[in-house]
Write a protein that binds this ligand. Structure first.
Ligand code: HEM
Ligand code: HEM
Length: 209
C-alpha cells in the first residue's frame, strides 16, 4: 500500500464502520427517547432490541466497530488540516465522541461485569437524577447526542454543500438530545432511583441530596 492510499483506506474503514455503528445508534436513541413513555415501555422496547444487539456475535461486532471507529477517527485527525467551520466541527465532535465512546462502553461493561447491574432505564436515571452526579451526566449525554448529529451534519455539508440539509440533521440531533434529557429527568421534576443503582452512583460520586 502506498503512503497516499493509506489515509484513504483508513477513511473508507471509518466510513463503513460509521455506517454500521449508526444502525445501532439509531435504535439506541429511539430507545432513549422512550424514556418519555416511562420505565415499563422503555424496558419492554429495550428487551426487544437487546435480543438483537446482545446476541454474542452482534455484540462482539458492535464492540469491535466502536474500537475501529475511535482508532480510525483519531488517525484521521492527524491527516486533517481543518480550515473551514464544517471541518472544525467534524474534528471537535470526533474528539468528544472518542472520549465519550471509550468512557461510555467501558462504564457499561464495568457496571455489568463488576457491579452486577442491569444497565437498563434505571441505570441512566441514576446518573441523570442524583445530585451531584447529574451535573456531570446531563452535559455528558446531551453533548454526546449533539456531537454525533453535528459530526454527521458536517460530513453531509462537506459532501453536498447543502446548508439546509446540514442544519436539519444538526437541529434534529440537538432536539433529540434535549428530549432524551427531558424524558429521563421527567422534565427536571426528577425521577426516583432504586436502591441498587443509588448505591452504585454514591460509590463514585458520594452522597448528595
Ligand atoms: C460515533 C461514531 C462516528 C461516526 C458514525 C462517524 C462517521 C464518519 C463518517 C461517515 C465520516 C466521513 C468519511 C468520508 O468522508 O468518507 C467521518 C469523517 C471523520 N471522522 Fe468520524 N465518525 C464517528 C466517530 C469519530 C471519532 C470518534 C473520531 C475521532 C476523533 C472521528 C473523526 C473523524 C474525522 C477526522 C473525519 C474526517 C476525515 C477526513 O475527511 O479526512 N469520527 N466520520
Ligand atoms: C454516540 C452515541 C452512543 C453510542 C455509540 C453508544 C454506544 C453504546 C454501546 C456500544 C453499548 C453496549 C451495548 C450492549 O450492551 O451490548 C451501549 C449501551 C448503553 N448505552 Fe449507549 N451509546 C450512545 C449514547 C448513549 C446515550 C446518550 C445514553 C444515555 C442517555 C446511553 C446509555 C446506554 C445504556 C443505558 C446502555 C446499556 C444498554 C443495555 O444494557 O441494553 N448511550 N451504548
Amino acid at each position: 500500500m502506498t503512503q497516499e492510499s493509506k489515509p484513504q483506506a483508513i477513511k473508507t474503514l471509518h466510513y463503513f464502520s460509521g455506517i454500521t455503528l449508526s444502525l445501532f445508534i439509531g435504535i439506541h436513541l429511539i430507545n432513549h427517547l422512550y424514556s418519555f413513555a416511562g420505565p415499563e415501555a422503555h424496558i419492554a422496547l429495550m428487551e426487544k432490541f437487546r435480543k438483537v444487539y446482545r446476541h454474542p456475535v452482534v455484540e462482539s461486532i458492535l464492540f469491535l466497530v466502536v474500537l475501529i471507529q475511535v482508532v480510525s477517527g483519531v488517525k484521521l485527525l492527524f491527516n486533517r488540516n481543518a480550515k473551514t467551520v464544517a471541518e472544525k466541527i467534524q474534528i471537535y465532535t470526533g474528539l468528544y465522541l472518542s472520549v465519550f465512546l471509550i468512557g461510555h462502553v467501558g462504564a457499561v461493561i464495568e457496571a455489568r461485569l463488576v457491579e452486577d447491574l442491569d444497565t437498563n432505564f434505571y441505570y441512566t436515571v441514576a446518573g441523570l437524577n442524583m445530585n451531584p452526579a447529574t451535573w456531570f451526566f446531563i452535559p455528558y449525554y446531551f453533548l454526546d447526542v449533539c456531537a454525533i448529529s453535528l459530526h454527521v451534519a458536517s460530513i453531509h455539508y462537506l459532501k453536498t454543500k447543502s446548508k439546509k440539509g446540514a442544519y436539519l440533521i444538526g437541529g434534529t440531533g440537538i432536539l433529540a438530545a434535549a428530549l432524551i434529557i427531558a424524558g429521563y429527568t421527567n422534565f427536571f421534576h426528577w425521577r426516583e432511583t432504586p436502591p441498587k443503582e443509588r448505591a452504585f452512583i454514591e460509590k463514585y460520586f458520594g452522597k448528595g441530596y
